[in-house]
Each structure stands twice: as C-alpha cells, then as structure tokens.
Design a protein around this ligand. Structure first.
Ligand SMILES: Cc1cc2nc3c(=O)[nH]c(=O)nc-3n(C[C@H](O)[C@H](O)[C@H](O)COP(=O)(O)OP(=O)(O)OC[C@H]3O[C@@H](n4cnc5c(N)ncnc54)[C@H](O)[C@@H]3O)c2cc1C
Length: 467
C-alpha cells in the first residue's frame, strides 16, 4: 500500500469527497456528504458493496431514538456513553465515545427520514453491558438486509458508487495533503482520481494475518469471520501520511460460531438463559460477561471448542434470527428430551452435562459471577450446538478527533483532508478484546460515517462553485 508523489498522478477525473470502501461506513458517509452539499464518490474493491457489514447481524445500537420511544424504551446518549466506557474498562477515548453515542440516535433517524431505512428495536433480551434495549435492525434483521438497504438508498440519492475499484495507493504531498487515489480494475487497468477530501471507510486489518498476529495475538489462530478484503489499508496509509494507530490490540471476538458449519449462533441464547460447556461437559466461564471475550475462553478449551446448551424456550427465541434458522436447516442443532438423551446426541459425558444444566437453577451468583437467578432455569427438552471462537473484526485504527479527522502522530492537529470512520478508525472499545460492547462495530460505522461525511463536505465547501 503506497503513498505516491502527487506529481506522478495522471488524474482522469476529480470528485469532491472520495470514499474508500462501500460498507456501512462508506455508504453512510457518502449519503451524509451529499446531504451536506458535496459531491461524493464511493470506490469499492468488490463487485458489489458488502464488506463485513453484509456478514454481520446488522444490529446498530443507538440511544434515545423515536423508535425506542415508540416501543416504550427510555434511554439517553449519556447512558449509552457510560455503558460503552464501562465495558471498555475506562480505556476508550472519552471525546470519541461522547461523539458517537451522541450521533447514534440522530444518525438512525436521519437515515429513516431522508433515506427511507426502517428500524425496529430488539426488545426481547439485553446484550451484555447494555442498560437499555437499543439494538436497531432493519426488518430483515441481517447485515445483508442493512447493506442492501443502504446501497439502494445511495442509488436513489444519486450517489456514485464504483465497484471493482481496488484503491492501491494515495497521492499526497509532504504535508499529508491528499490529492487523489490510484485504483486498479480486475483486468489490471489502473486509473487515477483526484479528490478534495478523502474518507477512509475500508475497515480494519482482520484480513491481514500478520497484522492480527502483531496486534491481537490472542486471536491470531482463531477463525477470521469478517470480510477478507479488509487488509489494513487505512492503517498503513494513515500512518504513512503522518497519522497513527490507536487501540490496535482491541478487537471483536465471538465465542459462538457453529462448527463446522461456520454460522454465527446468536448470543441471545446465552443472555436469555443458555450456558456453554466444554468437551468434558463442564462450564468454564460467565457467559454473561460478553461474547467478545468468550472467544478467548472457548479457544482455551480442549480442541478450541465448546457447546452451547439451551432449551425449547430459547430455541424459539433463536428462530427469530436468520442465522439460527440457517444453522437449524444445516443440521447444527442437536436435541434430547433429557440430559441423558442430549449427552447421547452430542457425545458429552452425561453426569457432567446434567450437573451443568442443574447449575442454571441456582439462586444468585455462581462461581464465575453469573447471576443465575436473572434467567429461567433450563427445562427439557434440550438443544446443543458445537461452536468455536472467532475473530470478527479489529477495533483499533487511525486516531481521529470527534469530527472524524485523522490526527497527526503525537498531536491533536488534524491532517489536512483525511478522515476515517468505522473499522478504519480507532474504535470505542479501549485496548482489550473484553472492551467490546455489542454493537460497537456498526455504531462507529454509522455514527462516524455520518460525521465524516459532514466534515468532508465542510472541508470542501470553500472550494465549491469554483469554475
Ligand atoms: C459475523 C459478524 C457479525 C457482526 N455483527 C455485528 C452486529 O450485529 N452489530 C455490530 O455493530 N457489528 C457487528 N459486526 C461488526 C460489523 O460488521 C463491522 O464493525 C462493520 O460492518 C464495519 O463497517 P465498515 O463500513 O467499517 O466496514 P465494512 O463493512 O467491512 O466495509 C469496508 C469495505 O471496504 C472495502 N475495501 C477494503 N479495502 C479497500 C480498498 N483498498 N479499496 C476499495 N475498497 C476497499 C471492502 O471490500 C469493504 O466492502 C459483525 C461482524 C461480523 C464479522
């Protein structure tokens, strides 16, 4: 990934605001820039916009929305910010936390009002660390549904989206002013495009095994479940231009990906009463701490595997999620009328499995600190799915300010016209895998996307109307 001398560029065209990456962040940023009066162009390396956004569950946390109010849910941006900070062990940048929590609600309402997205709030269970129901989903309840709707909205708004356009280098001068980008087409053809402001929305470095090993060694050997094309370009470019990475050891892991099917099994099963056991049939952690850190706990078990154990009530809950239905259809779910039958169906030792299931009837905190009284005990018939731990995406990225401007190394001065959002920017999870609050990924994609689009439009506003 290179920074090329501006003098070598052969610009075929110029746009005001250029966005690299057509995931949730890039499409939101483009819509935002356009609504603020600029002319955006999105470059996406794949044949169609998808990214990690399409692979995700598509749940976007936002506070104090009218969609929450309509469902009788009380919430506030301050409460959301406090939840983010608590989960991040106080390590996240407070200004950034404040900015994204504050933008989260207005961004979703704007996407609804101006661009026709429909939001529902998931109110049947709370994700770990959230003090209010604030996960918003499009009616499909999937990341594919979300990216499809964003892409249609961008098309309807007349935003130019160029696919099969892999950005391979930036043209910049010695002061870090970006003049444009070089992109490569699938047939090897190369084009140079000029821009006035550049938004990096090309996510993190989960798709670069060497960067993962360097920054997130705990998950270096885990299954990577995110988009392969997210290979750390934003981090490399930003650093080469004089910016710096922050919180690079942070990531979203997940302790519940069906084996060998490779399907995300919703953590709702755990939050509403399920447990995880290892191959010896024994529980090994507090399943309510968070699914991100659970990836590490699961990977530490023999074979790097565990089993999600739950009952018919939770199965019904799971059937509300497209991924779970898929897992069901692919035969990932084993069942048994009682612990003995479930042990036979899974190969788990019966006595240990029975004892683990019996733990769910405890009254109060257990030896791992989970309050079993908060959920119903598991009741027959039972179900089980074999799972492993995975890396979903990296949470570290370029250090930015609350306007999404990339900051110079060791300083709070911004680079002239470089912005970053979503996985390309530093997240709000602090420095640890356990710092990830559910939804921090799409939170910064959408909130920072909107902020970055606005900032980029403001940066280029002075030049608008030039001959
Ligand atoms: C299985 C799974 C489930 C998840 N569920 C949730 C959830 O429910 N809620 C939540 O908040 N988060 C979730 N996440 C995390 C979430 O998906 C990401 O945080 C979010 O999608 C990041 O958005 P983005 O726009 O920054 O990146 P992406 O959606 O990954 O988009 C980046 C785009 O940039 C393109 N690109 C990369 N490099 C270049 C280049 N050089 N030139 C051109 N294009 C380039 C890529 O092809 C990609 O399309 C989940 C992740 C996974 C893997």
């Amino acid at each position: 990934m290179s920074i090329l001398p501006a003098a070598e560029a052969r610009f075929a065209a110029e746009t005001e605001v250029l966005v690299v990456g057509g995931g949730a962040c890039g499409l939101t940023a483009a819509l935002s820039a356009q609504d603020a009066g600029a002319v955006p162009l999105v470059l996406e390396r794949d044949p169609a916009p998808s990214g990690s956004t399409a692979l995700s569950s598509g749940f976007v946390p936002a506070a104090a929305t009218r969609f929450q109010a309509a469902q009788g849910i009380a919430d506030s941006a301050a409460g959301f910010a406090a939840d983010i900070m608590a989960k991040a062990h106080g390590e996240a940048d407070p200004a950034l936390v404040d900015a994204v929590a504050g933008e989260s609600g207005p961004a979703l309402e704007w996407l609804a009002d101006r661009h026709g997205l429909e939001w529902q709030v998931l109110d049947d269970f709370l994700y770990p660390g959230h003090s209010a129901h604030r996960m918003h989903a499009v009616p499909e309840r999937s990341g594919a549904g979300l990216i499809g709707r964003l892409a249609r909205s961008a098309g309807a708004a007349g935003v130019d989206l160029v696919c099969d356009a892999h950005v391979t280098g930036l043209f910049a001068d010695g002061d870090g002013l970006v003049h444009g980008v070089r992109l490569q087409r699938p047939d090897g053809g190369v084009e140079d495009l000029a821009c006035r402001a550049l938004i990096l929305a090309c996510n993190g470095y989960g798709g670069d095994p060497a960067l993962v090993r360097r920054h997130v060694p705990e998950l270096a050997d885990a299954l990577y479940f995110g988009h392969r094309g997210n290979t750390g370009d934003a981090l490399r470019w930003g650093e080469a231009l004089g910016g710096e990475g922050a919180d690079l050891s942070a990531a979203q892991g997940h302790g519940s990906v069906a084996l060998p099917h490779g399907i995300l099994i919703t953590w709702a099963l755990m939050m509403a009463g399920g447990i995880q056991v290892n191959g010896a049939g024994k529980r090994f952690s507090n399943e309510h701490q968070g699914y991100s850190e659970q990836a590490i706990d699961v990977l530490r078990q023999p074979g790097g595997q565990a089993w999600c154990i739950y009952d018919a009530r939770l199965h019904e809950l799971g059937m509300g999620f497209p991924d779970y239905r898929d897992a069901m259809a692919q035969g990932a779910v084993r069942s048994g009328a009682d612990p003995a039958a479930l042990a036979a169906a899974t190969g788990l030792p019966e006595a240990a499995l029975s004892a683990a299931i019996a733990e769910t009837a405890a009254n109060g905190p257990d030896r791992f600190g989970r309050d079993m009284a908060a959920t119903l005990p598991l009741a027959p018939p039972f179900h089980a799915i074999r799972v492993t731990g995975a890396l979903f995406h990296t949470q570290g990225g370029l250090r930015i300010d609350r306007q999404a401007r990339v900051l110079r190394r060791g300083s709070d001065a911004p680079l002239p016209n470089l912005l970053a959002g979503g996985g390309a920017a530093r997240g709000v999870s602090g420095r640890q895998i356990s710092g990830y609050l559910s939804g921090n990924g799409l939170l910064t994609a959408v909130s920072l996307g909107r902020i970055a689009g606005r900032t980029a439009a403001a940066l280029t506003a002075g030049e608008r109307g030039r001959p």
